[in-house]
Design a protein around this ligand. Structure first.
Ligand code: DC
Length: 222
């Protein structure tokens, strides 16, 4: 494994924006592993494959080509030759991707792919289990979090900006349900790695978080 920086955290912690900007500052690629689970979920949904059909789920993972293509600001996500950046973020994909990510065959396939990408060079990898399971040897590990209310508000704004009609109450219910599911599952649950630097982003601006992370990385450089 080359030089990997892991950034884990729950929904609304700011980890996607933070990972993208840290990678930009360090001039290296970033990997949105949540998007990978979402692509698998989309493929299974479109194929009408029940999650209980393990061989069919495994077969779908094996035959899936997931690619990230650098876009104007964020990366575009491709499933085979189709740009699925929007469909994977449809509201019903949030909880479904979380359901799919509980499956052993899916986690094994994604972990293998993520490690292959990590072996290619410096990388900022964001997700739920980057520091704990996928890159336990990473030199720099971060776990970002924020109060539930702030995360709900951020998620609400994000969904509203996408043109969704949704209530704050519904966003809160969805977020709490998904948090619980991601934290309580038996395989690679969301939790900070013992050696991760934990950053509470509740009262911090994105710039302040980036400065903290880049500062820590520079401190530890040898
Ligand atoms: O980060 P996100 O909301 O796009 O992730 C979607 C789901 O994928 C999330 O609810 C749990 C799962 N996931 C995971 O299990 N492990 C990761 N490293 C990233 C995401």
């Amino acid at each position: 494994m080359k030089y990997v920086i892991t950034i884990d955290g729950p929904t609304g912690s700011g980890k996607s924006t933070i990972s993208r900007l840290v990678a930009k500052r360090l001039n290296c690629p970033y990997l949105d592993t949540g998007a990978m689970y979402r692509v698998v979920a989309l493929a299974l949904k479109r194929g009408g494959i029940p999650l209980s059909d393990e061989p069919a789920v495994a077969n779908t993972c094996d035959n899936l080509d997931i690619r990230f293509v650098p876009g104007h600001d964020t990366n575009r996500v491709y499933m085979d030759d189709e740009d699925v950046s929007e469909p994977i973020r449809e509201p019903d994909m949030d909880l479904f991707a979380s359901d799919v990510s509980k499956l052993d065959v899916v986690r094994k396939a994604m972990t293998t792919l993520q490690r292959k990408i990590g072996a290619q060079g410096p990388l900022v990898a964001e997700g739920r289990d980057m520091g704990t399971v996928v890159f336990p040897e990473a030199r720099h590990k971060f776990y970002v979090d924020a109060s539930t209310e702030v995360r709900v508000e951020r998620r609400y704004q994000e969904r509203k900006n996408r043109g969704e009609f949704i209530s704050l109450k519904q966003v809160r219910e969805d977020l709490i349900k998904r948090d619980r599911q991601d934290m309580k599952r038996s395989l690679a649950p969301l939790k900070p790695s013992m050696d991760a630097v934990i950053i509470d982003t509740t009262d911090l601006s994105i710039d302040q978080v980036i400065e903290q992370i880049v500062g820590k990385i520079e401190q530890k450089r040898d």
